[in-house]
Design a protein around this ligand. Structure first.
Ligand SMILES: C[S@@+](CC[C@H](N)C(=O)[O-])C[C@H]1O[C@@H](n2cnc3c(N)ncnc32)[C@H](O)[C@@H]1O
Length: 184
Protein backbone atom coordinates (compact mmCIF):
# COMPACT_ATOMS: atom_id res chain seq x y z
CA UNK A 1 0.00 0.00 0.00
CA UNK A 2 2.92 2.35 0.64
CA UNK A 3 3.43 3.28 -3.02
CA UNK A 4 -0.22 3.52 -4.04
CA UNK A 5 -1.72 6.80 -5.20
CA UNK A 6 -3.85 8.61 -2.62
CA UNK A 7 -6.48 11.27 -3.01
CA UNK A 8 -8.04 13.52 -0.39
CA UNK A 9 -10.57 11.82 1.86
CA UNK A 10 -8.93 8.42 2.19
CA UNK A 11 -9.26 6.86 5.63
CA UNK A 12 -6.37 7.52 8.00
CA UNK A 13 -4.38 4.46 9.09
CA UNK A 14 -6.05 4.30 12.53
CA UNK A 15 -9.49 4.00 10.96
CA UNK A 16 -8.33 1.47 8.36
CA UNK A 17 -7.01 -0.72 11.17
CA UNK A 18 -10.37 -0.52 12.95
CA UNK A 19 -12.17 -1.80 9.84
CA UNK A 20 -9.58 -4.55 9.45
CA UNK A 21 -9.94 -5.69 13.05
CA UNK A 22 -13.76 -5.71 13.01
CA UNK A 23 -13.78 -7.98 9.94
CA UNK A 24 -11.11 -10.39 11.15
CA UNK A 25 -12.52 -10.57 14.69
CA UNK A 26 -16.07 -11.33 13.47
CA UNK A 27 -14.94 -13.49 10.52
CA UNK A 28 -17.02 -11.41 8.13
CA UNK A 29 -17.01 -12.50 4.48
CA UNK A 30 -19.64 -10.51 2.56
CA UNK A 31 -18.57 -6.88 2.52
CA UNK A 32 -19.84 -3.75 0.79
CA UNK A 33 -18.22 -0.33 0.66
CA UNK A 34 -19.99 2.81 -0.57
CA UNK A 35 -17.37 5.35 -1.69
CA UNK A 36 -14.17 3.69 -2.95
CA UNK A 37 -12.26 6.84 -3.90
CA UNK A 38 -8.76 5.57 -4.77
CA UNK A 39 -9.20 2.49 -2.63
CA UNK A 40 -7.38 2.89 0.66
CA UNK A 41 -10.19 1.74 2.94
CA UNK A 42 -11.03 -0.98 0.40
CA UNK A 43 -7.45 -2.24 0.71
CA UNK A 44 -7.78 -2.48 4.49
CA UNK A 45 -11.13 -4.27 4.11
CA UNK A 46 -9.87 -6.61 1.38
CA UNK A 47 -6.74 -7.42 3.36
CA UNK A 48 -8.99 -8.54 6.23
CA UNK A 49 -11.18 -10.51 3.80
CA UNK A 50 -8.09 -12.27 2.46
CA UNK A 51 -7.79 -13.74 6.00
CA UNK A 52 -11.48 -14.68 6.37
CA UNK A 53 -12.02 -15.96 2.81
CA UNK A 54 -14.45 -13.18 1.91
CA UNK A 55 -15.04 -10.67 -0.87
CA UNK A 56 -15.76 -6.95 -1.13
CA UNK A 57 -18.04 -5.04 -3.48
CA UNK A 58 -16.99 -1.38 -3.54
CA UNK A 59 -18.76 1.44 -5.42
CA UNK A 60 -17.33 4.70 -6.82
CA UNK A 61 -19.03 7.27 -9.05
CA UNK A 62 -15.88 9.07 -10.26
CA UNK A 63 -14.16 7.27 -13.14
CA UNK A 64 -10.67 8.63 -12.48
CA UNK A 65 -10.75 7.52 -8.83
CA UNK A 66 -12.22 4.16 -9.79
CA UNK A 67 -9.37 3.59 -12.27
CA UNK A 68 -6.74 4.63 -9.73
CA UNK A 69 -8.35 2.30 -7.18
CA UNK A 70 -8.08 -0.63 -9.63
CA UNK A 71 -4.37 0.13 -10.05
CA UNK A 72 -3.92 0.38 -6.27
CA UNK A 73 -5.70 -2.95 -5.72
CA UNK A 74 -3.41 -4.61 -8.26
CA UNK A 75 -0.33 -3.12 -6.67
CA UNK A 76 -1.48 -4.33 -3.25
CA UNK A 77 -2.03 -7.85 -4.63
CA UNK A 78 -5.66 -7.83 -3.48
CA UNK A 79 -7.64 -7.60 -6.74
CA UNK A 80 -9.05 -11.10 -6.38
CA UNK A 81 -10.89 -10.07 -3.21
CA UNK A 82 -12.48 -6.93 -4.71
CA UNK A 83 -15.36 -6.38 -7.11
CA UNK A 84 -15.02 -2.65 -7.87
CA UNK A 85 -18.06 -1.05 -9.51
CA UNK A 86 -18.09 2.28 -11.33
CA UNK A 87 -21.63 3.43 -10.54
CA UNK A 88 -23.89 5.85 -8.72
CA UNK A 89 -24.43 4.18 -5.37
CA UNK A 90 -27.82 5.91 -5.00
CA UNK A 91 -29.07 3.53 -7.65
CA UNK A 92 -26.77 0.52 -7.36
CA UNK A 93 -27.19 -0.06 -3.63
CA UNK A 94 -30.92 -0.63 -4.10
CA UNK A 95 -30.27 -3.24 -6.78
CA UNK A 96 -27.64 -5.28 -4.92
CA UNK A 97 -29.14 -8.52 -3.65
CA UNK A 98 -26.90 -9.02 -0.62
CA UNK A 99 -26.81 -10.44 1.93
CA UNK A 100 -23.91 -8.59 3.54
CA UNK A 101 -22.31 -9.03 6.94
CA UNK A 102 -20.11 -5.90 6.79
CA UNK A 103 -20.84 -2.48 5.27
CA UNK A 104 -18.66 0.64 5.23
CA UNK A 105 -20.40 3.89 4.20
CA UNK A 106 -17.97 6.63 3.17
CA UNK A 107 -19.55 8.56 0.29
CA UNK A 108 -21.91 11.57 0.13
CA UNK A 109 -22.74 12.45 3.73
CA UNK A 110 -26.30 13.63 3.12
CA UNK A 111 -27.19 10.20 1.73
CA UNK A 112 -25.85 8.11 4.65
CA UNK A 113 -29.33 7.56 6.12
CA UNK A 114 -30.73 6.53 2.75
CA UNK A 115 -27.88 4.05 2.25
CA UNK A 116 -28.58 2.61 5.69
CA UNK A 117 -32.31 2.28 5.00
CA UNK A 118 -31.58 0.42 1.75
CA UNK A 119 -28.97 -1.87 3.31
CA UNK A 120 -30.45 -2.78 6.69
CA UNK A 121 -32.79 -5.43 5.18
CA UNK A 122 -29.76 -6.94 3.39
CA UNK A 123 -27.60 -7.13 6.51
CA UNK A 124 -27.34 -10.48 8.26
CA UNK A 125 -28.02 -10.70 12.00
CA UNK A 126 -24.65 -10.31 13.75
CA UNK A 127 -23.40 -8.15 10.88
CA UNK A 128 -22.51 -4.51 11.16
CA UNK A 129 -22.78 -1.25 9.26
CA UNK A 130 -19.85 1.10 9.76
CA UNK A 131 -19.74 4.72 8.60
CA UNK A 132 -17.00 7.33 8.43
CA UNK A 133 -16.87 10.93 9.68
CA UNK A 134 -19.58 10.44 12.30
CA UNK A 135 -19.22 11.94 15.79
CA UNK A 136 -21.20 11.67 18.98
CA UNK A 137 -23.34 14.83 18.98
CA UNK A 138 -22.31 17.26 21.72
CA UNK A 139 -24.71 20.08 22.62
CA UNK A 140 -23.46 23.42 21.31
CA UNK A 141 -20.35 21.93 19.74
CA UNK A 142 -19.58 22.28 16.04
CA UNK A 143 -16.72 19.81 15.59
CA UNK A 144 -14.89 19.49 12.30
CA UNK A 145 -16.31 16.03 11.60
CA UNK A 146 -19.94 16.91 12.31
CA UNK A 147 -20.75 17.07 8.65
CA UNK A 148 -24.23 17.56 7.31
CA UNK A 149 -25.97 14.22 7.09
CA UNK A 150 -23.87 12.26 9.53
CA UNK A 151 -25.70 13.63 12.60
CA UNK A 152 -29.00 12.57 11.08
CA UNK A 153 -27.48 9.18 10.26
CA UNK A 154 -26.15 8.69 13.79
CA UNK A 155 -29.47 9.60 15.41
CA UNK A 156 -31.31 7.30 13.01
CA UNK A 157 -29.08 4.31 13.76
CA UNK A 158 -29.13 5.01 17.52
CA UNK A 159 -32.93 4.90 17.41
CA UNK A 160 -33.13 1.41 15.88
CA UNK A 161 -33.78 -1.16 18.63
CA UNK A 162 -32.38 -4.03 16.57
CA UNK A 163 -28.95 -2.34 16.42
CA UNK A 164 -26.23 -1.48 18.94
CA UNK A 165 -24.60 1.74 17.72
CA UNK A 166 -21.48 3.48 19.01
CA UNK A 167 -18.51 5.52 17.81
CA UNK A 168 -15.22 3.63 18.02
CA UNK A 169 -13.27 5.44 20.77
CA UNK A 170 -9.93 5.11 18.97
CA UNK A 171 -11.18 6.28 15.59
CA UNK A 172 -9.43 9.28 14.14
CA UNK A 173 -12.33 10.54 12.05
CA UNK A 174 -15.44 9.12 13.69
CA UNK A 175 -16.01 5.48 12.74
CA UNK A 176 -19.60 4.68 13.72
CA UNK A 177 -20.33 0.98 14.24
CA UNK A 178 -23.89 -0.36 14.22
CA UNK A 179 -24.20 -4.08 14.86
CA UNK A 180 -27.42 -5.91 14.10
CA UNK A 181 -28.43 -8.02 17.09
CA UNK A 182 -28.54 -11.75 16.53
CA UNK A 183 -32.01 -13.29 16.45
CA UNK A 184 -32.86 -15.30 19.57
C1 LIG B 1 -14.35 10.20 1.35
S1 LIG B 1 -14.19 9.54 -0.24
C2 LIG B 1 -14.02 7.80 0.07
C3 LIG B 1 -12.68 7.43 0.67
C4 LIG B 1 -12.42 5.94 0.67
N1 LIG B 1 -13.47 5.22 1.36
C5 LIG B 1 -11.10 5.67 1.35
O1 LIG B 1 -11.02 5.75 2.57
O2 LIG B 1 -10.13 5.38 0.65
C6 LIG B 1 -15.84 9.61 -0.85
C7 LIG B 1 -16.01 9.05 -2.24
O3 LIG B 1 -17.40 8.81 -2.46
C8 LIG B 1 -17.65 9.02 -3.82
N2 LIG B 1 -19.09 9.24 -4.01
C9 LIG B 1 -19.82 10.34 -3.70
N3 LIG B 1 -21.11 10.16 -4.05
C10 LIG B 1 -21.20 8.93 -4.61
C11 LIG B 1 -22.25 8.18 -5.18
N4 LIG B 1 -23.50 8.67 -5.26
N5 LIG B 1 -21.99 6.94 -5.65
C12 LIG B 1 -20.73 6.42 -5.58
N6 LIG B 1 -19.69 7.10 -5.07
C13 LIG B 1 -19.91 8.34 -4.57
C14 LIG B 1 -16.81 10.26 -4.15
O4 LIG B 1 -16.59 10.36 -5.54
C15 LIG B 1 -15.55 10.00 -3.33
O5 LIG B 1 -14.53 9.39 -4.10
Amino acid sequence: MAGSQRSGGNVPEADGKILYEIIVHNKYKKALEVGTSTGHSAIWIAWALSKTGGKLITIEIDEGRHRQALANFKEAGLSEYIDARLADAHRLVNGLPGPFDFVFIDADKDWYTNYAKALIPKLEPGGCITAHNVEEPRPGYRGRYRLSGTDEYYQYMKGLPEFETSIHPQSHAGVAISCKKKEK
